[in-house]
Design a protein around this ligand. Structure first.
Ligand code: COA
Length: 316
C-alpha cells in the first residue's frame, strides 16, 4: 500500500444544454431505443456557443473549492486531465490558475491519459503531495472535456456515446486514509484515436467491439490486481466506480464477478461518456447523493485511449 491521500471536496460543471437521444437521432442515423439498449445512455450535455472546455474546468474547480471549504491560496498544484483542451497552449490548468486566483508559485498543467486521466492524476497527486515539494497543502485535480467538438454525426457509433462536462476534486495527504494505484498503457493508434491534423482527421475514431473487449478485460484485471495488492476484496468495498462508458461493459463485469448490481455506481445514463470527467463526475454525484460517508471504501477503474489503464483503491 502506498502513501495516503483523501478527497476533501468535489464539484462539477455541465454545459447548459442537455441533449436527448431523440435529438441525437435527428442528426445521425440512430434511434433512442438503439442507444438505450446498446449503451444505457439517455441524455448527455453538449457545449453551446460561448461555452468552452476551460469554462467547464474552472466552474467545476470553483465548486470543488467551495465544497472543500478552502481558499485558492491553499492549492499547491493544479492538474487538468483532458484529451480535448481548449488550447494546445496555454494548458487549461494555467488558465484555471488565473481565473480562480490560485497562487503563481504552483505547477499547473494538463495531463492526457484520455478516459483514464483522472486516475493518472490521482497517482500523480499522491506522489507530489507526499514529496514535500509543493508550497501549499492541497492539489486541485480536474477532469474536463468538450468531446462534442471531436465527434462526427456521420460516424454514428461514436456520435451517440460521448458528452461534455467537468468535475474536480480537492485532495490532500492523509496518514489515516489509504491509497493504492496502478497505471498502465499499451501504445495503440488503431482502436481508439484522433483527431489528428497530420492525417487530416478532425474526429475521434473507435473500433467499438475492440474497445468493448479491452474495457471488460481491463476492469476485470484491475479489480483482481487491487484485491491482490491492496488486500481488500471487491466484495468488501462499498462501491466500484468504473469509467462511465457503457452500461453493458459494467454489467458484463458485474455478472462475471457475481457482485451485486448496486455496488457499481452508474450515472452514464445522464452524461454519456465524458472521458476524463467521468470518474470525478461519478464521485461528485455520489457525494451529492450522500454515498461518500466517512469510512467508505472504493475501487476506481479507468480505461481509454492510449490504450491507458488505471486502477485505484481509496478511502473516504
Ligand atoms: N445506431 C444504430 N445502429 C448502429 C449505431 C447507432 N448509433 N452504431 C452502430 N450501429 C449498427 C452497426 O452499423 C451494426 O449494423 P449491422 O449489423 O447492420 O452492420 C450494428 O449496429 C451492430 O454494430 P456493432 O458495432 O457490432 O454494435 P455493438 O453491439 O458492438 O455496439 C458499441 C456498438 C459502440 C455501443 C459497443 O461496441 C461499445 O459500447 N463499445 C465500447 C465503446 C466505448 O466504451 N468507448 C469508449 C471507451 S473509453
Amino acid at each position: 500500500m502506498s502513501i495516503g491521500i483523501e478527497i476533501i471536496g468535489l464539484g462539477k460543471q455541465l454545459p447548459a444544454a442537455c441533449v436527448t437521444n431523440q435529438q441525437i437521432a435527428e442528426k445521425t442515423d440512430t434511434s433512442d431505443e438503439w442507444i438505450r439498449t446498446r449503451s444505457g445512455i439517455r441524455t448527455r450535455y453538449f457545449c453551446g456557443d460561448g461555452e468552452t472546455q476551460t469554462d467547464l474546468a474552472a466552474g467545476a474547480a470553483a465548486n470543488a473549492l467551495a465544497d472543500a471549504g478552502i481558499r485558492p491560496e491553499e492549492i499547491g498544484m493544479c492538474i487538468v486531465a483532458t484529451a480535448t483542451p481548449e488550447y494546445v497552449t496555454p494548458a487549461t490548468a494555467a488558465v484555471v490558475q488565473k481565473r480562480l486566483g490560485l497562487q503563481e508559485d504552483i505547477p499547473a498543467f494538463d495531463l492526457n491519459a484520455a478516459c483514464t486521466g483522472f486516475v493518472y492524476g490521482l497517482q500523480l497527486s499522491a506522489a507530489m503531495l507526499n514529496s514535500g515539494t509543493l508550497r501549499h497543502p492541497c492539489v486541485l485535480l480536474i477532469g474536463a472535456e468538450r468531446l462534442s467538438g471531436v465527434i462526427d454525426p456521420a460516424e454514428r457509433s461514436t456520435y451517440v456515446l460521448f458528452g461534455d462536462g467537468a468535475a474536480a476534486a480537492v485532495i490532500r495527504a492523509s496518514d489515516a486514509k489509504r491509497f493504492f494505484c496502478r497505471l498502465g498503457v499499451r501504445g495503440d493508434t488503431e482502436v481508439l484515436y484522433g483527431p489528428t491534423k497530420e492525417k487530416q482527421e478532425p474526429f475521434l475514431h473507435m473500433n467499438g467491439r475492440a474497445v468493448f473487449r479491452f474495457a471488460t478485460e481491463t476492469i476485470l484485471s484491475g479489480i483482481a490486481l487491487l484485491e491482490q495488492e491492496s488486500g481488500v476484496q471487491a466484495a468488501d468495498v462499498d462501491y466500484i466506480v468504473c469509467h462511465q462508458a457503457n452500461q453493458r461493459i459494467i454489467e458484463h463485469v458485474q455478472k462475471k464477478r457475481k457482485l451485486p448490481h448496486e455496488k457499481f455506481f452508474m450515472n452514464l445514463q445522464k452524461y454519456g461518456n465524458t472521458s476524463a470527467a467521468s470518474i470525478p463526475l461519478a464521485l461528485a454525484d455520489m457525494k451529492e447523493a450522500g454515498l461518500l460517508k466517512p469510512g467508505v471504501r472504493l475501487f476506481l477503474l479507468g480505461f481509454g485511449g492510449g490504450l491507458t489503464t488505471g486502477a485505484a483503491y481509496m478511502e473516504f
